[in-house]
Design a protein around this ligand. Structure first.
Ligand code: SF4
Length: 287
């Protein structure tokens, strides 16, 4: 039986992107290929906010006790090795059991599954089929992978996802759908363009399901960078929708940006994504 290292597993409302407002189970896997220490910092500077938290690591017995940050990656503990002991390795059986405990009716109805991170398309691709084939997951019809768009799908997983969607077509059951919510990282993240903007990989996601781009925007420069990235994705043949989303893992930062980013999206004919989890739940862990 496969195992997955899980940073968080919780039930909430999807606050971002295509499924905004939909009741969702969030499976946050451990591990990421990026650090994104540039978020919320002056260009070229890297956030050190997590350093002081890591220095007090022994004070925290549970993921939920960790402080929120206003700069850098807001899910730092889902990939920073210093926090790895807060993320248990669970069998796919244990994950399926836990999911049926947290969804309201003990079975899938209109809820959707968000597999997020960290970067959920790193090594865990090999374990997802075991989880999705579990009898307790049979009623699930919609899955979103929240990815940074840099990880190729393995040929095996690609075929598996295609078949997962086809299964219900053949039996006349409800339509199943896979979505890739691609948060491609702009230079404001602190990551290098050549590592972060990978149009050919995202084109491949479109062969398997619906893929859309979601850019986190703070400044005019971020938007100019997003336009360059959109050009590169379109030149490679990407057909999906594009969302602009305000920076802001904490409410003070989010409220400075949201209206301006919404205006930018409207002016340029792009979609706006809110971060409903910030005004609704203050972006606390488990929301
Ligand atoms: S890709 Fe996402 S999870 Fe990984 S470091 Fe960047 S913001 Fe954090």
């Amino acid at each position: 039986m496969s195992k997955i290292k899980i940073a968080e597993l919780f039930y909430s409302i999807q606050g971002e992107g295509r499924y905004m407002g939909v009741p969702s189970v969030f499976l946050r896997t451990f591990g990421c290929n990026f650090k994104c220490q540039g978020f919320g910092m002056p260009r070229g500077e890297m956030s050190q906010e997590v350093e002081s938290i890591a220095a007090r690591i022994t004070e925290f017995k549970d993921y939920k006790e960790l402080p929120l940050v206003s700069t850098g990656c807001d899910s730092y503990a889902s990939w920073d090795p210093r926090f790895k002991d807060l993320s248990p390795m669970l069998t796919t059986d244990a994950i399926a059991d836990r999911i049926t405990e947290i969804i309201p009716h003990g079975e899938w109805r209109d809820e959707h599954l968000v597999i997020t991170g960290g970067e959920p398309l790193l090594g865990w691709q090999r374990a997802y089929p075991d989880l999705l084939d579990h009898p307790k997951m049979a009623g699930l019809t919609e899955i979103t992978f929240e990815t940074n768009g840099t990880q190729q799908l393995t040929p095996e997983f690609k075929e598996y996802l295609k078949k997962w969607q086809l299964r219900t077509w053949h039996t006349g059951g409800p339509v199943r759908e896979i979505t890739f919510s691609v948060s491609a990282k702009l230079p404001c993240s602190g990551e290098k363009w050549e590592d972060a903007i990978c149009p050919e990989i995202v084109r491949e996601y479109e062969q398997v399901g619906t893929a859309y781009l979601k850019f986190v925007i703070s400044t005019e420069q971020d938007f100019a960078d997003a336009e360059c990235a959109i050009g590169a994705f379109r030149a490679a043949g990407f057909r999906g929708h594009v969302y602009l989303m305000p920076v802001g893992g904490v409410e003070t930062v989010y409220t400075l940006n949201n209206r301006r980013v919404a205006d930018l999206a409207m002016k340029n004919g792009l979609r706006y994504s809110d971060r409903l989890q910030v005004p609704l739940f203050k972006n606390e862990w488990g929301t």
